[in-house]
Ligand binder design. Structure first.
Ligand SMILES: *Cc1c(COP(=O)(O)O)cnc(C)c1O
Length: 340
Protein backbone atom coordinates (compact mmCIF):
# COMPACT_ATOMS: atom_id res chain seq x y z
CA UNK A 1 0.00 0.00 0.00
CA UNK A 2 1.62 3.25 -1.09
CA UNK A 3 1.07 6.48 0.77
CA UNK A 4 -0.39 7.96 -2.44
CA UNK A 5 -3.62 6.06 -1.92
CA UNK A 6 -3.91 7.05 1.72
CA UNK A 7 -2.69 10.60 1.33
CA UNK A 8 -5.26 13.35 1.24
CA UNK A 9 -3.29 16.42 0.13
CA UNK A 10 -6.11 18.75 1.16
CA UNK A 11 -5.80 17.53 4.74
CA UNK A 12 -2.11 18.28 5.35
CA UNK A 13 -0.32 21.62 5.10
CA UNK A 14 1.83 22.04 1.97
CA UNK A 15 5.36 20.69 2.37
CA UNK A 16 4.97 18.86 5.70
CA UNK A 17 4.98 15.32 4.34
CA UNK A 18 8.06 13.80 2.72
CA UNK A 19 8.59 10.84 0.46
CA UNK A 20 10.75 8.14 2.07
CA UNK A 21 13.69 8.63 -0.33
CA UNK A 22 15.97 11.53 -1.24
CA UNK A 23 18.95 12.09 -3.58
CA UNK A 24 22.26 13.44 -2.21
CA UNK A 25 25.66 14.49 -3.64
CA UNK A 26 28.65 16.04 -1.88
CA UNK A 27 31.26 18.50 -3.16
CA UNK A 28 34.84 18.45 -1.85
CA UNK A 29 38.37 18.92 -3.29
CA UNK A 30 36.91 20.59 -6.35
CA UNK A 31 34.64 17.73 -7.43
CA UNK A 32 31.17 16.34 -6.90
CA UNK A 33 30.64 12.79 -5.63
CA UNK A 34 28.28 10.63 -7.66
CA UNK A 35 24.75 11.20 -6.40
CA UNK A 36 23.19 8.52 -4.29
CA UNK A 37 19.65 7.67 -3.32
CA UNK A 38 19.05 7.15 0.38
CA UNK A 39 16.30 7.16 2.98
CA UNK A 40 14.96 10.60 3.83
CA UNK A 41 16.40 11.63 7.16
CA UNK A 42 18.99 13.69 8.98
CA UNK A 43 22.14 14.95 7.28
CA UNK A 44 25.21 15.04 9.43
CA UNK A 45 26.44 18.65 9.58
CA UNK A 46 29.15 20.15 11.74
CA UNK A 47 27.76 23.12 13.75
CA UNK A 48 30.52 25.20 12.16
CA UNK A 49 29.20 24.54 8.63
CA UNK A 50 29.38 27.59 6.36
CA UNK A 51 25.64 27.59 5.63
CA UNK A 52 24.71 27.79 9.31
CA UNK A 53 26.68 31.01 9.76
CA UNK A 54 26.91 32.73 6.40
CA UNK A 55 23.72 31.49 4.70
CA UNK A 56 25.44 29.90 1.70
CA UNK A 57 22.31 28.18 0.40
CA UNK A 58 19.86 28.19 -2.48
CA UNK A 59 17.00 25.97 -3.56
CA UNK A 60 14.49 25.15 -6.27
CA UNK A 61 10.89 24.02 -6.32
CA UNK A 62 9.29 22.11 -9.17
CA UNK A 63 6.54 19.56 -9.63
CA UNK A 64 6.14 16.09 -11.10
CA UNK A 65 2.66 14.90 -12.08
CA UNK A 66 1.29 11.39 -12.31
CA UNK A 67 -1.06 11.20 -15.27
CA UNK A 68 -4.16 9.01 -15.40
CA UNK A 69 -2.21 6.47 -17.47
CA UNK A 70 0.28 6.13 -14.60
CA UNK A 71 3.19 7.90 -16.33
CA UNK A 72 5.09 10.54 -14.37
CA UNK A 73 6.20 13.86 -15.91
CA UNK A 74 8.34 16.68 -14.53
CA UNK A 75 7.41 20.24 -15.55
CA UNK A 76 10.10 22.52 -17.07
CA UNK A 77 12.94 20.76 -15.29
CA UNK A 78 15.56 22.40 -17.55
CA UNK A 79 14.47 25.89 -16.49
CA UNK A 80 14.55 25.04 -12.81
CA UNK A 81 18.01 23.51 -13.13
CA UNK A 82 19.32 26.56 -15.01
CA UNK A 83 17.88 28.86 -12.34
CA UNK A 84 19.50 26.81 -9.58
CA UNK A 85 22.84 27.16 -11.36
CA UNK A 86 22.29 30.93 -11.54
CA UNK A 87 21.41 31.13 -7.83
CA UNK A 88 24.49 29.05 -6.93
CA UNK A 89 26.69 31.35 -8.98
CA UNK A 90 25.26 34.47 -7.28
CA UNK A 91 25.90 32.88 -3.87
CA UNK A 92 29.46 31.76 -4.75
CA UNK A 93 28.47 28.12 -4.17
CA UNK A 94 29.91 25.33 -6.34
CA UNK A 95 27.63 25.11 -9.39
CA UNK A 96 26.30 21.59 -9.97
CA UNK A 97 26.39 20.16 -13.51
CA UNK A 98 22.98 20.53 -15.16
CA UNK A 99 22.99 16.86 -16.23
CA UNK A 100 23.79 15.67 -12.70
CA UNK A 101 21.05 17.70 -11.06
CA UNK A 102 18.54 16.68 -13.74
CA UNK A 103 19.39 13.03 -13.18
CA UNK A 104 18.97 13.38 -9.41
CA UNK A 105 15.51 14.91 -9.85
CA UNK A 106 14.35 12.44 -12.49
CA UNK A 107 15.58 9.38 -10.63
CA UNK A 108 13.96 10.57 -7.42
CA UNK A 109 10.66 11.27 -9.17
CA UNK A 110 10.78 7.77 -10.69
CA UNK A 111 11.56 6.20 -7.34
CA UNK A 112 8.71 8.12 -5.68
CA UNK A 113 6.13 7.48 -8.43
CA UNK A 114 3.96 5.55 -5.96
CA UNK A 115 3.91 8.54 -3.60
CA UNK A 116 2.44 11.02 -6.07
CA UNK A 117 -1.13 12.04 -5.19
CA UNK A 118 -3.77 12.04 -7.88
CA UNK A 119 -4.19 15.16 -10.00
CA UNK A 120 -4.44 18.02 -9.24
CA UNK A 121 -2.01 16.87 -6.55
CA UNK A 122 1.66 16.49 -7.44
CA UNK A 123 5.08 15.55 -6.18
CA UNK A 124 6.84 18.76 -5.18
CA UNK A 125 10.60 18.40 -5.69
CA UNK A 126 12.98 20.55 -3.69
CA UNK A 127 16.64 20.60 -4.83
CA UNK A 128 18.72 22.31 -2.14
CA UNK A 129 22.39 23.34 -2.11
CA UNK A 130 24.23 24.21 1.12
CA UNK A 131 27.80 25.23 1.98
CA UNK A 132 29.26 22.65 4.39
CA UNK A 133 32.86 23.75 4.87
CA UNK A 134 33.63 23.76 8.60
CA UNK A 135 35.10 27.21 9.11
CA UNK A 136 33.45 29.97 11.10
CA UNK A 137 36.18 32.33 9.96
CA UNK A 138 35.09 32.03 6.33
CA UNK A 139 32.67 34.99 6.25
CA UNK A 140 34.63 36.46 3.38
CA UNK A 141 35.34 33.34 1.35
CA UNK A 142 33.33 30.86 -0.65
CA UNK A 143 32.62 27.49 0.95
CA UNK A 144 35.06 24.85 -0.29
CA UNK A 145 32.61 22.03 0.46
CA UNK A 146 28.92 21.64 -0.24
CA UNK A 147 25.99 19.27 -0.20
CA UNK A 148 23.34 19.05 -2.90
CA UNK A 149 20.19 17.14 -2.07
CA UNK A 150 16.71 16.72 -3.50
CA UNK A 151 13.68 16.20 -1.28
CA UNK A 152 10.29 15.05 -2.52
CA UNK A 153 6.98 16.01 -0.95
CA UNK A 154 3.48 14.90 -2.02
CA UNK A 155 1.34 18.06 -2.19
CA UNK A 156 -2.12 19.39 -2.79
CA UNK A 157 -3.07 23.08 -2.63
CA UNK A 158 -0.57 25.61 -1.37
CA UNK A 159 -3.06 28.03 0.13
CA UNK A 160 -5.41 26.55 2.71
CA UNK A 161 -8.93 26.49 1.34
CA UNK A 162 -7.82 26.01 -2.30
CA UNK A 163 -9.22 28.45 -4.84
CA UNK A 164 -10.56 31.10 -2.47
CA UNK A 165 -9.66 34.73 -3.31
CA UNK A 166 -6.59 35.93 -1.40
CA UNK A 167 -6.17 38.98 0.77
CA UNK A 168 -2.87 40.71 0.01
CA UNK A 169 -1.16 43.53 1.90
CA UNK A 170 0.59 46.10 -0.29
CA UNK A 171 3.92 47.02 1.32
CA UNK A 172 5.21 50.17 -0.36
CA UNK A 173 7.95 51.15 2.08
CA UNK A 174 10.13 48.10 2.71
CA UNK A 175 11.77 46.00 -0.02
CA UNK A 176 11.67 42.19 0.11
CA UNK A 177 15.41 42.01 -0.48
CA UNK A 178 18.10 43.96 -2.32
CA UNK A 179 17.70 45.13 -5.94
CA UNK A 180 20.56 42.81 -6.99
CA UNK A 181 19.60 39.68 -5.10
CA UNK A 182 15.90 39.26 -5.74
CA UNK A 183 16.56 36.90 -8.62
CA UNK A 184 18.41 34.40 -6.41
CA UNK A 185 16.19 31.71 -4.89
CA UNK A 186 17.84 31.79 -1.50
CA UNK A 187 16.74 31.46 2.11
CA UNK A 188 18.21 34.84 3.03
CA UNK A 189 15.59 36.62 0.93
CA UNK A 190 12.81 34.85 2.80
CA UNK A 191 14.42 35.65 6.13
CA UNK A 192 14.60 39.33 5.17
CA UNK A 193 10.91 39.41 4.23
CA UNK A 194 9.55 37.30 7.05
CA UNK A 195 8.72 39.92 9.64
CA UNK A 196 6.66 41.85 7.09
CA UNK A 197 4.70 38.72 6.17
CA UNK A 198 4.07 37.86 9.84
CA UNK A 199 2.95 41.40 10.63
CA UNK A 200 0.60 41.42 7.62
CA UNK A 201 -1.02 38.25 8.86
CA UNK A 202 -1.32 39.42 12.46
CA UNK A 203 -2.45 43.00 11.80
CA UNK A 204 -4.47 42.62 8.59
CA UNK A 205 -5.37 38.93 8.33
CA UNK A 206 -3.53 38.99 4.98
CA UNK A 207 -2.43 35.79 3.21
CA UNK A 208 0.73 37.40 1.95
CA UNK A 209 2.56 40.66 1.19
CA UNK A 210 3.07 42.30 -2.20
CA UNK A 211 6.39 44.13 -2.09
CA UNK A 212 6.30 47.45 -3.93
CA UNK A 213 9.27 49.47 -2.65
CA UNK A 214 8.84 53.13 -3.58
CA UNK A 215 5.63 52.20 -5.43
CA UNK A 216 7.34 49.76 -7.87
CA UNK A 217 5.17 46.61 -7.94
CA UNK A 218 7.57 43.65 -7.71
CA UNK A 219 6.34 40.34 -6.25
CA UNK A 220 5.01 38.73 -3.10
CA UNK A 221 7.01 36.81 -0.51
CA UNK A 222 7.05 33.67 -2.67
CA UNK A 223 5.13 34.32 -5.91
CA UNK A 224 5.21 36.57 -8.95
CA UNK A 225 2.41 39.05 -9.53
CA UNK A 226 0.20 39.63 -12.59
CA UNK A 227 -2.69 41.91 -13.54
CA UNK A 228 -5.27 40.54 -15.97
CA UNK A 229 -8.45 41.49 -17.78
CA UNK A 230 -10.39 40.09 -20.77
CA UNK A 231 -7.76 41.23 -23.27
CA UNK A 232 -4.47 41.90 -21.47
CA UNK A 233 -1.95 40.51 -19.01
CA UNK A 234 0.48 42.92 -17.34
CA UNK A 235 3.49 42.00 -15.21
CA UNK A 236 6.80 43.55 -14.25
CA UNK A 237 9.61 43.20 -16.81
CA UNK A 238 12.47 40.90 -15.79
CA UNK A 239 15.24 42.58 -13.81
CA UNK A 240 17.48 41.32 -10.98
CA UNK A 241 15.18 42.66 -8.24
CA UNK A 242 12.76 39.72 -8.27
CA UNK A 243 12.58 35.98 -8.90
CA UNK A 244 12.14 35.00 -12.55
CA UNK A 245 9.33 32.52 -12.11
CA UNK A 246 8.89 29.55 -14.41
CA UNK A 247 5.13 29.74 -13.79
CA UNK A 248 5.17 33.43 -14.75
CA UNK A 249 6.87 32.56 -18.05
CA UNK A 250 4.49 29.64 -18.68
CA UNK A 251 1.36 31.74 -17.99
CA UNK A 252 2.60 34.56 -20.26
CA UNK A 253 3.30 32.05 -23.05
CA UNK A 254 -0.15 30.46 -22.74
CA UNK A 255 -1.79 33.91 -22.52
CA UNK A 256 -0.15 34.97 -25.81
CA UNK A 257 -1.37 31.73 -27.42
CA UNK A 258 -4.92 32.50 -26.22
CA UNK A 259 -4.77 35.96 -27.82
CA UNK A 260 -4.12 38.15 -24.79
CA UNK A 261 -1.86 41.17 -25.27
CA UNK A 262 1.01 40.54 -22.87
CA UNK A 263 2.88 43.54 -21.47
CA UNK A 264 6.07 43.18 -19.44
CA UNK A 265 6.89 46.57 -17.98
CA UNK A 266 7.24 48.35 -14.66
CA UNK A 267 4.07 49.73 -13.07
CA UNK A 268 3.09 51.46 -9.85
CA UNK A 269 0.77 50.81 -6.92
CA UNK A 270 -1.54 53.58 -8.19
CA UNK A 271 -1.86 51.81 -11.53
CA UNK A 272 -2.46 48.49 -9.78
CA UNK A 273 -5.28 49.94 -7.67
CA UNK A 274 -6.85 51.59 -10.71
CA UNK A 275 -6.67 48.30 -12.67
CA UNK A 276 -8.14 46.34 -9.76
CA UNK A 277 -11.41 48.30 -9.79
CA UNK A 278 -12.51 46.41 -12.90
CA UNK A 279 -9.73 43.91 -13.66
CA UNK A 280 -8.12 40.94 -11.93
CA UNK A 281 -4.93 40.35 -9.97
CA UNK A 282 -3.17 37.01 -9.42
CA UNK A 283 -0.08 35.40 -7.92
CA UNK A 284 1.93 32.83 -9.88
CA UNK A 285 4.29 30.14 -8.65
CA UNK A 286 4.91 26.40 -8.82
CA UNK A 287 3.21 25.93 -5.46
CA UNK A 288 0.39 28.47 -5.86
CA UNK A 289 -0.10 27.85 -9.65
CA UNK A 290 -2.20 30.96 -10.42
CA UNK A 291 -4.07 32.24 -7.37
CA UNK A 292 -6.57 35.11 -7.56
CA UNK A 293 -6.46 38.16 -5.30
CA UNK A 294 -9.84 39.21 -3.88
CA UNK A 295 -8.78 42.16 -1.73
CA UNK A 296 -5.79 44.45 -1.35
CA UNK A 297 -4.99 46.16 1.92
CA UNK A 298 -3.15 49.43 1.31
CA UNK A 299 -2.36 51.94 4.06
CA UNK A 300 -5.25 50.58 6.15
CA UNK A 301 -7.74 50.88 3.30
CA UNK A 302 -9.41 47.87 1.70
CA UNK A 303 -9.60 47.65 -2.09
CA UNK A 304 -11.81 44.91 -3.48
CA UNK A 305 -10.47 43.48 -6.75
CA UNK A 306 -13.25 43.32 -9.37
CA UNK A 307 -16.12 41.35 -7.83
CA UNK A 308 -13.93 40.17 -4.95
CA UNK A 309 -13.88 36.61 -6.30
CA UNK A 310 -11.24 34.79 -8.33
CA UNK A 311 -11.64 36.27 -11.83
CA UNK A 312 -12.59 34.35 -14.98
CA UNK A 313 -9.34 35.14 -16.80
CA UNK A 314 -7.35 33.96 -13.80
CA UNK A 315 -9.34 30.71 -13.79
CA UNK A 316 -8.97 30.35 -17.56
CA UNK A 317 -5.18 30.74 -17.52
CA UNK A 318 -4.83 28.57 -14.45
CA UNK A 319 -6.78 25.85 -16.24
CA UNK A 320 -4.73 26.27 -19.44
CA UNK A 321 -1.59 25.59 -17.41
CA UNK A 322 -2.92 22.66 -15.35
CA UNK A 323 -4.37 21.13 -18.55
CA UNK A 324 -0.87 21.00 -20.07
CA UNK A 325 0.66 19.71 -16.85
CA UNK A 326 -1.84 16.90 -16.54
CA UNK A 327 -1.72 15.87 -20.21
CA UNK A 328 -5.30 16.92 -20.97
CA UNK A 329 -4.04 19.23 -23.74
CA UNK A 330 -0.93 19.01 -25.94
CA UNK A 331 2.47 20.25 -24.79
CA UNK A 332 3.67 22.26 -27.83
CA UNK A 333 6.72 23.70 -26.06
CA UNK A 334 8.11 20.44 -24.70
CA UNK A 335 7.70 21.52 -21.07
CA UNK A 336 7.03 18.02 -19.80
CA UNK A 337 9.62 15.30 -19.46
CA UNK A 338 8.50 11.76 -18.97
CA UNK A 339 10.23 10.01 -16.11
CA UNK A 340 11.17 6.40 -16.93
C1 LIG B 1 9.98 30.38 -6.31
C2 LIG B 1 9.53 31.80 -6.30
C3 LIG B 1 8.61 32.30 -7.25
C4 LIG B 1 7.90 31.44 -8.24
O1 LIG B 1 8.74 30.83 -9.17
P1 LIG B 1 8.21 29.59 -10.01
O2 LIG B 1 9.36 29.24 -10.85
O3 LIG B 1 7.04 30.06 -10.78
O4 LIG B 1 7.84 28.53 -9.03
C5 LIG B 1 8.32 33.65 -7.22
N1 LIG B 1 8.87 34.48 -6.30
C6 LIG B 1 9.72 34.01 -5.37
C7 LIG B 1 10.29 34.96 -4.39
C8 LIG B 1 10.07 32.67 -5.34
O5 LIG B 1 10.92 32.23 -4.40
Amino acid sequence: MSTAQQFDPAAVPFGTVFAPRMAVAWYADGAWSSPEMRDTGALELHPGAHVLHYASTCFEGLKAFRWRDGNVHTFRLDRHVARMQKSAELLCLPVPEASTLERMVVELAAECAGEIPELPGALYLRPTLIGTEVNIGAAGSATAEACLYVLASPVGDYFRGGLRPLRVLIEDQHPRTTPEFGMAKTGGNYAAALRHVIRARADHDADTVLFCPGGDVQETGASNFLLLNDTEVLTKALDPSFLHGVTRDSILTLARDLGYAVAERDFTVDELLEWSRTGEAALSGTAAVLAGVGTFVHRDHLHVVGSGNVGRNTLRLRKALTDVQSGRTPDPYGWLRRVE
